[in-house]
Design a binder for this molecule. Structure first.
Ligand SMILES: [Mg+2]
Length: 228
């Protein structure tokens, strides 16, 4: 690329500058690369006769803040998934919800989600276009074998699992850890997630974001962004 030096008016050659606006594309797992596990909350919410949002808050804790709810603690690797259900009593009582006792199992039943191939297939092509790829997931240590079976983790240059790093979205440090593993400026990262609070956390870190409401629309938005 040739440019004119503003001081001397002579042409200068700019080398080593990437024309790309971004270096890395990072994906969330649930609700992005697979159908949302929260779809399944509808079943247990209907059974209990409460709204989905109410059941979600009981089982998975408050969405917009990360705290001491057992689901959050398990996602930070602080306790076992098997112990979540037994600790939900006070949360259920406070919300006026009666639990049967299998709600966490229903939510985590791996046989009832589908892969969003339209986005999974895009990961390989991103690499061939020179982008680095990442997976940033709030997950449990116990879920890792399922994750590794369902997804070829070698597709990702950077893989951050909340239960491994002891921090979960939308806590700031999990985004900072991801950025530092890429070793790029935060503004060079594009992130796709289906939860608004995780998008807000990513934007606080300085990432560019795509809020995923449908896999096809998200892929179209990603392609448009990368070619802009
Ligand atoms: Mg998600």
């Amino acid at each position: 690329m040739n440019a004119v030096c503003p001081l001397h008016g002579a042409p200068t050659r700019v080398i080593g500058v990437s024309a790309k606006r971004f270096d890395a594309v990072v994906f969330d797992f649930g609700g992005v690369l697979i159908t949302p596990i929260t779809n399944k909350v509808q079943r247990v919410a209907e059974r209990a006769g409460v709204e989905v949002e109410t059941m979600l808050a009981v089982l998975m804790g408050p969405r917009h803040e990360s705290g001491d709810h057992p689901w959050h603690r398990a996602e930070r690797g602080e306790m076992r998934v098997a112990d979540i259900q037994g600790l939900l009593g006070p949360y259920a009582a406070a919300a006026g919800v009666e639990l049967v006792g299998d709600e966490v199992d229903v939510l985590l039943d791996a046989t009832t989600y589908d892969k969003n191939m339209v986005l999974i297939e895009r990961i390989e092509s991103l690499r061939s276009e020179g982008y680095r790829t990442g997976l940033l997931t709030n997950s449990f240590a116990e879920f890792r074998p399922t994750l590794a079976k369902d997804l070829d983790l070698t597709m990702f240059d950077v893989f951050v699992d909340s239960s491994e790093v002891g921090s979960r979205k939308p806590e700031p440090s999990v985004y900072a850890t991801t950025t530092s593993r890429f070793g790029v400026h935060p503004s060079r990262i594009v992130y796709l997630d289906d939860f608004v609070q995780n998008i807000i956390g990513a934007e606080r870190e300085g990432w560019h974001t795509i809020h995923v409401t449908s896999p096809v629309a998200a892929r179209t938005e990603l392609d448009a962004l990368l070619t802009a």
